[in-house]
Design a protein around this ligand. Structure first.
Ligand SMILES: Nc1ncnc2c1ncn2[C@@H]1O[C@H](COP(=O)(O)OP(=O)(O)O)[C@@H](O)[C@H]1O
Ligand SMILES: [Mg+2]
Length: 240
């Protein structure tokens, strides 16, 4: 029986005296894909940074697999969670170096794993290429492959396919689905793309100016949203 990967209770984040995120209650279920949608500046990336333990919340509590998180959490726990940032930064070196890096950090054997990832992500031809010379789509595929290399317990994705070529979008969506099918990794996917949320997510949360205005399973979210602003968003009428 699976439980919650995260439980957020009364969580807020304040920057320079301004509250940019306020989550009264939110659970992320183990093994699910939770999509977080909402306009620019609604707090999506801030929420991911809190889930990634990169910064403390200003108030409230975050429970991670039943453990109340005190900031900063211990390294072993932080290493269970990986994030693909909106603008990921690869290390200087080859594609293969980048994929081996998280494994080396954890002293894990890496040869077979790296070769497997190269194949899975369509990167074999680029294994020895400098990460600096990649196209945007290739770069983002390397960033996701690196995030998955050490079998994270939680994968946080911040707009992973924004501005990518259709091949990379399809490949990345397929990998997110296969991670979901394997069932061991919980995924939180921030996306601007309503259709992507519909294709991939088990549940969807909508943020507006830092507030959760809707949260529900994907079908319910799209077919029968409670909030008129969600309905507008789903119809593609929300301007941002
Ligand atoms: N480190 C920071 N310092 C000050 N303000 C920030 C910081 N990070 C984010 N913000 C502000 O918080 C709000 C939410 O930002 P963000 O979480 O990046 O939104 P989204 O990812 O939904 O576009 C924005 O108004 C942004 O300017
Ligand atoms: Mg963002």
């Amino acid at each position: 029986m699976k439980g919650a990967a995260y439980d957020l209770l009364g969580v807020t984040r304040v920057y320079d005296g301004r509250r940019v995120l306020s989550v009264r209650e939110l659970a992320v279920q183990e093994g699910e894909i939770l999509a977080v949608v909402g306009p620019n500046g609604s707090g999506k990336s801030t929420l991911l940074r809190l889930l990634n333990f990169l910064e403390p919340c200003s108030a409230g509590e975050i429970t991670y697999f039943g453990r109340r998180i005190e900031y900063p959490p211990p390294l072993d726990l932080r290493r269970e969670v990986t994030m693909v940032f909106q603008r990921p930064i690869l290390i200087n070196g080859t594609v293969r170096d980048n994929l081996a890096y998280p494994l080396r950090l954890r002293s894990l054997q890496n040869r077979d794993r790296v070769e497997g990832l190269l194949a899975q992500f369509g990167l074999e031809r680029l294994a020895s290429a400098s990460a600096r010379k990649l196209s945007v789509g290739e770069y983002q595929r390397v960033a996701l492959a690196r995030a998955l290399a050490a079998f994270p317990r939680v994968l946080l994705l911040d707009e992973p396919t924004a501005n990518l070529d259709p091949y990379s979008v399809a490949l990345i969506e397929g990998i997110v689905q296969s991670v979901r099918a394997a069932g061991r990794t919980t995924q939180v996917l921030v996306t601007h793309n309503v259709f992507q949320a519909k294709r991939l997510a088990d549940r969807v949360v909508m943020l507006l100016e830092g507030d959760v205005i809707e949260a529900g399973n994907t079908r319910h979210f799209f077919d029968d949203p409670r909030d008129p602003r969600t309905a507008a968003f789903v119809r593609g009428e929300m301007v941002y």
